[in-house]
Design a protein around this ligand. Structure first.
Ligand code: FAD
Ligand code: NAD
Length: 483
């Protein structure tokens, strides 16, 4: 006999665990199936984000940033440190501890919200049934009034550089190096390439990033992307644009293993030798053996489960959310979708605002943006006012000796409604988030300008950019009106 639930969630990443917890809170009898095993072969919740994504990468970014500060910035502050070293296994061990604490936290939240965590691989076999195969091969059927699929995504492989997780690694392998590679190659100058490339560059690796596109960060506002390229290059990332990887050959032995990467760029055929190579060319939805074809769930041409704006699939009792469906592959987007689905099952009218999904690259300085950029507005023929405020004119940034970058705020030229915010700078993510809130409330640049900001804070740069959009920043800033 099958176990009966109101809701069965497949996958416990940010989308799945948020959906499951909210379902539990709303009084649904809920199960969440997870197949992820950690290094000790124990089931862990939290998916990519907690185990091999957002959290471990930020743990390494934070450690390597402190190391880089000790190396390059302490002296400016008058702090004398005789010798700064890095114990890579200790850094990785700390990262593992952070991951453990958070994944155990999700298990605790399941218990507190009466969600049954179920170990194994789930397969949707009917509109109301999921079969779970445990790691020892036993099968159990769960029946559910509603099914929420949150199976996430996995890294994309490319044929010229097959990942062996030793010399050629994906993002997961790049979180596990036991020593700093002398020469590190990164394929893809996207979010992962820049974040993980920065970690190892800060610790002393010579990093070469091979990017197939001719433009750097094409999704980012051009002015901000240009500034980012300048800063990252100064930090030691050798970013080669228009570099198409055609092949690779493993060489060397034992600890001296290496890989020769062949690529072509505007100068013709090239070769480069690396001790480690990270392949970071994007992720794809994970639906392998997840759906029995008889259920009738449709996939789009790129393999994403087709859903509408409320995350409903083509089968009325089945929803899907997070990386396995369309939209940016971001943890916070999946979380909000998971909560929306749970609340809709409880007849609430919750909706995700897909126009305001914030994006962040957690380098230092961070790059963060929300809403429209200048290029998009020009293409749409929307007239706008621009306020740009550089951190070099912000007292707190100067006090911290951390004044690279700027805040750029864009407002509609006719209504003054804020249309976008683009930041490169220390704590850019947190600064941009203030504007996300303002935009959710349809604020104007004048609204932000009339708001009192604490002094001295980095947030004052947001205030000044808003004032600049209306032509009256106090400390520099400027304003441009564009068609
Ligand atoms: P996942 O987190 O992928 O979770 C899916 C879960 O489903 C997994 O645990 C998987 O084991 C399980 N599963 C799949 N199929 C089955 C099945 N059949 N049965 C049982 N279980 C199954 N995003 C950000 O917003 N900010 C960041 O800073 C950030 N940093 C990142 C850094 C790296 C290195 C990487 C790789 C990603 C990063 N991301 C970041 C992206 C973020 O991790 C994903 O967008 C997010 O994890 C997607 O959540 P999800 O719940 O949809 O899927
Ligand atoms: P990405 O899409 O951000 O970047 C991939 C890059 O690789 C692109 O610039 C692309 O042009 C390039 N590329 C593709 N094929 C190539 C090839 N054959 N040779 C050279 N370059 C090639 O993908 P990613 O960095 O792998 O990240 C995957 C996903 O994870 C992203 O969707 C991102 O949203 C998410 N993520 C988010 C964060 C964050 O929010 N801070 C951090 C890490 C990952």
């Amino acid at each position: 006999m099958s176990k009966e639930y109101d809701v069965v969630v497949v996958g416990s990443g940010p989308a799945g665990y948020h959906a499951a917890i909210r379902c539990g809170q709303l009084g649904f009898k809920t199960a969440c199936i997870e197949k992820w095993l950690n290094k000790e072969d124990k089931t862990v919740y939290g998916g990519t984000c907690l185990n091999v994504g957002c959290i471990p990468s930020k743990a390494l970014l934070d450690t390597s940033h402190k190391y880089a500060e000790a190396h390059h910035d302490f002296e400016t502050h008058g702090i004398k440190v005789s010798k700064v070293g890095i114990d890579v296994p200790a850094m990785i061990g700390r990262k593992d501890q952070v991951v453990k604490q958070l994944t155990q936290g999700v298990a605790g939240l399941f218990t507190a919200n009466k969600v049954d965590g179920i170990t194994g691989t789930g397969k949707v076999t009917g509109a109301n049934s999921v079969v779970v195969t445990s790691h020892d091969g036993k099968q159990e059927e769960l029946s559910a009034k509603h099914i929420i699929i949150a199976a996430g995504s996995v890294p994309i492989d490319i044929p010229p550089t097959p990942v062996d997780q030793e010399t050629i690694v994906d993002s997961t392998g790049a979180l596990e190096f036991q020593e700093v590679p002398k020469r590190l190659g990164v394929i893809g100058a996207g979010v992962i390439g820049l974040e993980l490339g920065s970690v190892w560059a800060r610790l002393g690796a010579e990093v070469v990033v091979l990017e197939a596109m001719d433009d750097f960060l094409p999704a980012v506002d051009r002015q901000i992307a240009k500034e980012a390229a300048k800063i990252f290059t100064k930090q030691g990332l050798d970013i080669k644009l228009g570099a198409r990887v055609t092949g690779s050959k493993l060489g060397g032995k034992g600890t001296k293993k290496n890989v020769v990467v062949e690529y072509t760029d505007s100068d013709g055929d090239q070769k480069a030798t690396f001790d480690k190579l990270i392949v970071a060319v994007g992720r794809k939805p994970y639906t392998v053996d997840l759906l029995d074809p008889s259920v009738g769930i449709e996939l789009d041409e790129r393999g994403f489960i087709k859903v509408n704006d409320q995350c409903a699939t083509s089968v009325p009792s089945i929803y899907a959310c997070g990386d396995v469906v369309r939209g940016p592959m971001l943890a916070h987007k999946g979380m909000e979708e998971g909560v929306m689905v749970a609340e809709r099952l409880a007849d609430k009218k919750t909706q995700v605002n897909y126009d305001l999904v914030p994006s962040v690259i957690y380098t230092h300085p961070e790059v963060a943006w929300v809403g429209k950029n200048e290029e998009e507005l020009k293409a749409e023929g929307i007239e706008y006012n621009l306020g740009v405020f550089p951190f070099v004119a912000n007292g707190r940034a100067l006090a911290a000796n951390d004044s690279d970058g700027m805040v750029k705020l864009i407002a509609d030229a006719n209504t003054d409604r804020i249309l976008g915010c683009h930041v490169i700078g220390a704590s850019a993510a947190d600064l941009m988030q203030q504007v996300v809130i303002a935009m959710e409330f349809s604020a104007s640049a004048e609204d932000l300008g009339l708001t009192m900001f604490s002094h001295p804070t980095l947030s004052e740069a947001v205030h000044e950019a808003a004032l600049a959009a209306n032509g009256h920043a106090i400390h520099i800033g400027n304003r441009r009106r564009r068609k």
